[in-house]
Design a protein around this ligand. Structure first.
Ligand code: 6PG
Length: 468
């Protein structure tokens, strides 16, 4: 009897759920998937080939055919659907069964679900999964959070399905409670930051440097051989080569410049504000997606606000843009990781930054060669607050800041927006100042609202009767 039961279950057989489950099946596990859409349930069986995989539309059948304690992953859209699925499943489950939410759930929802599901004696993990459809099928980066004992139930499976860097699987227990979804949220915040930085580099290379699409493709392909080597740079090269099936030239020129977003970047910015940790490059990326969406308003004002700002590309412009992109990429990671370090203390996640950098080296959207250096920085100093304070990064950042300044100046002279690049540079400039002009802010606050201030030359709290 036990032999005919399945070892791993999936609810939600859209492309992510189906691909993840097929990946599990490829590793030799018997799997069962449930989706209310019969076509999707059937597609799973068809694509599984010789692997032992069953699709069903019935929650009752699904639960009854799983080995106990049951391991059930959900890959459904974040939000109320996750709660609806859990509500359907709970009456059918038994003590020690495990629900794994693999979607991009907000970490606060995960904390609530951990409590609610836990009260029923059912175990729960909030797991970030990154890598898109292809990653789910061939090897994603997996960020599990909850209780370590619940993680250990499925660790052997997740280690097999995760991407590998050498022999290291890109999965590790992230920490308590909603740690997994929190880490995934910040992963996505970084994803926004890096994508916006690449977009600004593209704009400069094209509009100031005069590079054509094939030249841009070659440029990004070459960058992908060096320290910028990363999934996002790699696919950018490929994108510039893609021909337009409806006409001449490349597809990129026909794509509407309005970026959509599902919210994880915004959550990162919002939560960073709550923690008082500055992430201006990620904020800039969210802002630029919002500005991009205001297409009609931009079109309306464009003729009246046009400025004559053509500039010649400075010497070695492409190399300088390369350095500026690398400089700002490191700053974006520094901001996101700083947030993780701080949030870990406040949420008591007990995050290990070294482990996070390690599992981000493969499978996920922000995978990059740079993450090995980041991993080393945290390996050397587990409590490192900010990469800018690390000897692994400080010297190279100092070296690349000059190129970044020139690139930002060029963008400003050319009238091109560079919110992410310039925010990264300003963040660097602010972070390295011993003294910022916010003494004036304090004076103003005390002047108009008696909010008091501290002094640099003596202790205590002061208030001045200004103007008298
Ligand atoms: C990943 C991606 C994935 C999703 C993004 C897209 O890590 O695999 O981050 O989760 O593609 O969330 O986000 P936006 O729609 O907000 O750009």
């Amino acid at each position: 009897m036990q032999q005919s039961l399945y070892e791993f279950g999936m609810v939600g057989l859209g492309v992510m759920g189906r691909n993840f489950l097929l990946n599990v099946a490829d590793r030799g596990y018997s799997v069962i998937g449930m989706d209310r859409d019969a076509d999707k349930a059937q597609a799973l069986e068809q694509e599984a080939g010789t692997s032992r995989a069953k699709g069903t539309t019935s929650p009752e059948e699904f639960v009854s055919l799983l080995q106990k304690p049951r391991a059930i992953m959900l890959l459904v859209p974040a939000g109320p659907i996750v709660d609806a699925v859990i509500k359907d499943l709970l009456p059918l489950l038994e003590a020690d069964d495990l629900i794994i939410d693999g979607g991009n759930s907000h970490f606060a929802d995960t904390d609530r679900r951990l409590r609610e599901v836990g009260e029923k004696g059912i175990r729960f993990l909030g797991v970030g999964v990154s890598g898109g459809a292809e990653g789910a099928r061939r090897g994603p980066s997996i960020m599990p959070g909850g209780s370590r004992s619940a993680y250990e139930v499925v660790a052997p499976i997740l280690e097999k399905v995760a991407a590998k860097v050498g022999d290291d699987p890109c999965v590790d227990f992230m920490g308590r409670g909603s740690a997994g979804h929190y880490v995934k949220m910040v992963h996505n915040g970084n994803e926004y930051g890096l994508m916006q930085l690449i977009a600004e580099a593209y704009d400069l290379l094209r509009r100031v440097g005069g590079l054509s699409n094939p030249q841009l493709a070659d440029c990004f392909a070459q960058w992908n051989q060096g320290p910028l080597q990363s999934f996002l740079v790699e696919i950018t090269a490929e994108i510039f080569r893609q021909k337009d099936e409806f006409g001449e030239g490349q597809l990129i020129d026909q794509i509407l410049d309005k970026a959509k977003q599902k919210g994880t970047g915004k959550w990162t910015s919002q939560n960073a504000m709550d923690h008082g940790i500055p992430v201006p490059t990620i904020d800039a990326a969210v802002t630029m997606r919002e500005l991009s969406a205001l297409k009609a308003q931009r079109q309306a004002v464009a003729p009246n606000l046009s400025v004559n700002s053509s500039v010649a590309a400075p010497e070695h412009f492409t190399e300088r843009v390369h350095d500026a992109l690398l400089f700002a990429t490191i700053i974006s990671y520094a901001q996101g990781l700083h947030l993780l370090q701080e949030a870990s203390e406040e949420h008591q996640y007990e995050l290990q930054l070294e482990a996070i950098a390690r599992i981000w080296r493969g499978g996920c959207i922000i995978r990059a060669a740079l993450l090995e250096d980041i991993r080393k920085a945290y390996d050397a100093q587990a409590d490192l607050k900010n990469l800018l304070a690390s000897p692994v990064f400080a010297p190279s950042q100092l070296q690349m800041q000059a190129a970044t300044r020139q690139v930002v100046k060029t963008a400003i002279d050319a009238g091109l927006p560079c919110l992410a690049l310039s925010s990264a540079l300003s963040y660097f400039d602010a972070f390295r100042q011993e003294r910022l002009p916010l003494n004036l802010t304090q004076a103003q606050r005390d002047h108009f609202g008696s909010h008091t201030y501290e002094r640099v030359d003596r202790g205590g709290i002061f208030h001045t009767n200004w103007g008298h």
